[in-house]
Design a protein around this ligand. Structure first.
Ligand code: NDP
Length: 247
């Protein structure tokens, strides 16, 4: 087990499944204490038990990132219970694909509130502590922040927002030693697609991904680990990572 993050504390949102879960595992394996946040506490407790059995230190935080007060309380709990905060991984997100025409706009609200407002609330709440510790903020964006596809307009809009916000933030804090990292995965095999409410879009993406070797959550966790363990003078600004089979 590498000990390169020994003494560091990380907060990972959406840690109950997929990329967040794999990232929490990787950070704990590298020696960080990890606060794992999300709405499904049973998933988080299971992860805590697994990581603590391996010697890790894990704090479970029941959190809906769209609730600004709850976000502030979660960041406070992290610093009070784990002593500090050095690494924030803004991973919680939704991908509710579908055309704009005749869309159920509650899908739009959920995505904007989670992928954009939630990510910004967590960043805002954690920033003073991250500035104090010259910490690292990792935003799990998407290739959807760069590559626009038909039937994905609002998801694209949320991830473009993540990248724009993150670049503005980077310019604001980089000279104070805070690193802002944007990770842009292509298709990763997770639960993300299961929540799509527009049936034809769900069927189309399911058929599309069945033909390729998808990325695994661990591939993205490796990218996060690479960025957060870079020497303090080096910021990995952006990692764009696609399945080899995804044209
Ligand atoms: P998952 O669905 O497995 O993970 C998403 C996580 O976000 C869940 O654990 C969920 O936990 C959490 N979440 C959702 N809404 C909220 C909320 N309001 N408050 C707190 N947590 C929330 O999918 P992925 O691991 O794939 O997704 C993680 C990130 O990766 C997302 O931002 C996604 O956009 C991005 N991404 C994924 C890609 C892919 O192909 N899978 C490609 C590119 C980017 P809970 O329901 O318990 O709250």
């Amino acid at each position: 087990m590498s000990s390169s993050l020994e003494g560091h504390v990380a907060l990972v949102t959406g840690a109950g499944s997929g990329i967040g879960r794999a990232t929490a595992r990787a950070l704990a394996a590298a020696g960080a204490s990890v606060a794992v946040a999300g709405r499904r506490v049973d998933r988080l407790e299971e992860l805590r038990d697994e990581l603590e059995a391996e010697g890790g230190t894990v704090l479970v935080l029941e959190l809906d990132v769209t609730d600004e007060q709850a976000v502030a309380a979660a960041v406070r709990s992290t610093t009070e219970r784990l002593g500090r905060l050095d690494i924030l991984v803004n991973n919680a997100g939704l991908m509710l694909l579908g055309p704009v025409e005749n869309a159920d706009t509650t899908d739009w609200t959920r995505m904007m509130d989670t992928n954009v407002m939630g990510l910004m609330y967590v960043t805002h709440a954690a920033l003073p502590e991250l500035i104090r510790n010259q910490g690292t903020i990792v935003q799990i964006s998407s290739i959807a922040a760069r590559v626009v596809g038909r039937g994905s307009a609002v998801y694209n809009a949320t991830k473009f927002a993540v990248n724009g916000f993150s670049e503005g933030l980077r310019q604001e804090v980089t000279e104070r030693g805070v690193r802002v990292v944007v990770i842009e995965p292509g298709t990763v095999e997770t639960e993300l697609r299961e929540h799509i409410t527009h049936a034809p879009s769900k069927a189309a993406i399911t058929e599309r991904v069945a033909k390729i070797r998808q990325l695994q959550s661990e591939d993205i966790a490796d990218a996060v680990l690479y960025a957060v363990t870079a020497p303090p003078h080096a910021t990995v600004n952006e990692i764009f990572i696609r399945p080899t089979d995804q044209a």
